[in-house]
Design a protein around this ligand. Structure first.
Ligand SMILES: C[S@@+](CC[C@H](N)C(=O)[O-])C[C@H]1O[C@@H](n2cnc3c(N)ncnc32)[C@H](O)[C@@H]1O
Length: 276
């Protein structure tokens, strides 16, 4: 009999290292459309042949390295359930630091916020969820990522966010309009060996030239023409890029430059304010 217990045990045998046990449970929940809490209290529940087939197809893909978020098509970010696919980065918990920082600025009602490189819409949608009074624009150069972000906005009914396909600022009107520009741009060194856990995510979302600093530098210099006087720029970066980002912000003429540490104790986000 294909009970939950039997099916999970068979899947765990395929994953000899035992490092994917949690993911296997998530995949089974996805196939039978139940929560993990339900799974634990129904080990004798019979899984249909169709569900078993679908489950083992996903198990083999997971063992090959495909992230569980792509297999089930979603990831939670800032308590919002976001649709993701191979054209979007899988939102990371570290990025919630940027959202928290933006909220802590206590910007006034009707502030204008630009999320550069929105991907699944994670940052823009979390901000719109918390501050529906803000005007949020989410930009990405990848049309298929933007479609996912739009779909997420629609499902979550976050209609204060608009979307624009653009290569950074290229399609935006050049005016000092924004109170806050927030961005998690690609910052992984494009010359470095691709770590296994990034293998399935889109290269345009991850890699940048000049030791991973090219896009960060571009966004820092270009933002100056679009931020209001004293407007804020907040950027996510690699754990070892804080010093370079602070230096670039300084060179570009920002003030009030600050770096925030993530939950792992690593420098993860740096920001500053445009000239007054
Ligand atoms: C690291 S991902 C961040 C995605 C999302 N903001 C998040 O935090 O999960 C970087 C995003 O920047 C976008 N991007 C890369 N180069 C870009 C460019 N030149 N102009 C606009 N967006 C770009 C990628 O398509 C990707 O969605």
């Amino acid at each position: 009999m294909n009970t939950i217990e039997v099916v999970l045990d068979r899947a765990k045998e395929l994953n000899r290292k035992g490092d994917l046990n949690r993911d296997l449970e998530v995949l089974l929940c996805h196939c039978i459309n139940k929560s993990r809490a339900w799974l634990y209290s129904h080990s004798e529940y019979i899984v249909t042949d169709f569900q078993v087939e679908k489950f083992f197809d996903l198990v083999l893909k997971r063992i090959r390295g495909i992230p569980v978020a792509y297999l089930i098509g979603r990831r939670e970010f800032w308590s919002l359930e976001l649709e993701v696919n191979e054209s979007t980065l899988i939102p990371r918990p570290e990025t919630e630091l940027l959202v928290q920082w933006a909220l802590d600025l206590n910007l006034p009602e009707n502030s204008r916020v630009l999320d550069l490189g929105t991907g699944s819409g994670a940052i823009a949608l979390a901000l719109a969820f918390e501050r529906p009074d803000w005007e949020v624009l989410a930009v990405d150069c990848c049309g298929s990522a933007l479609s996912v972000a739009k779909e997420n906005a629609m499902k979550l009914q976050l209609d204060s966010v608009s979307f624009l396909e653009s290569n950074w600022y290229e399609s935006l009107t050049k005016t000092t309009y924004w109170d806050l520009v927030i961005s998690n741009p690609p910052y992984v060194d494009n010359k470095a060996r691709i770590p296994n856990d990034l293998y399935f995510e889109p290269a345009t979302a991850l890699y940048s030239s000049n030791s991973g600093l090219s896009d960060l530098t571009k966004v820092i210099f270009e933002s100056k023409d679009y931020l209001k006087s004293s407007g804020f720029l907040i950027l996510e970066h690699g754990f070892d890029q804080g010093r370079d980002v602070r230096k670039t912000l300084e060179t570009a003429g920002y003030f009030g430059i600050e770096t925030k540490i993530d939950l792992a104790g690593l420098e993860r986000a740096t920001g500053g304010r445009n000239v007054e």
